[in-house]
Design a protein around this ligand. Structure first.
Ligand SMILES: [Zn+2]
Length: 129
């Protein structure tokens, strides 16, 4: 049996998937176990769909997404759509109700103009707190 380090040298990093504050899919890239700072977050990227995120990951990080990872992304994507609701803060207008000028409306601080908020947004806020 060959004793190569192929599995760790070819894929030295691990990824954690979740959502950003806008409810987009997000992937965080962490250092692998052999690095000088194992587990440290060093990059992340976001995209509205699992397919676009997979493309970004492949292009920017030169790491093709695995079938298991793509399945996780699709599950997250499905959960996100399922729990999406109209934004309470702006009454689904996408505009900050406390904005100072009606001629230059500011985007809603909760949904960021999306007019909808999802399970993901709530989840992200809890993680950040
Ligand atoms: Zn809103």
């Amino acid at each position: 049996m060959p004793t190569t380090q192929a599995s760790t040298t070819t894929f030295p990093d691990h990824r954690i998937f979740g959502f950003d504050s806008r409810g987009q899919l997000r992937a965080n890239l962490h250092n692998g176990p052999d690095s000088h700072a194992p587990g440290a977050l060093y990059s992340w990227t976001c995209a509205p769909t699992s397919g676009q995120l997979a493309d970004k990951l492949a292009a920017f990080w030169e790491q093709e997404i695995s079938a298991e990872e793509f399945e996780v992304l699709e599950q997250l994507e499905a959960a996100n759509a399922e729990f999406e609701l109209d934004c309470d803060e702006c009454a689904a207008t996408g505009v900050d109700p406390g904005g100072l000028s009606e001629h230059e409306p500011e985007e809603c601080r909760v949904c960021h103009g999306a007019k909808r908020v999802g399970f993901a947004t709530i989840y992200a806020a809890r993680v950040a707190a």
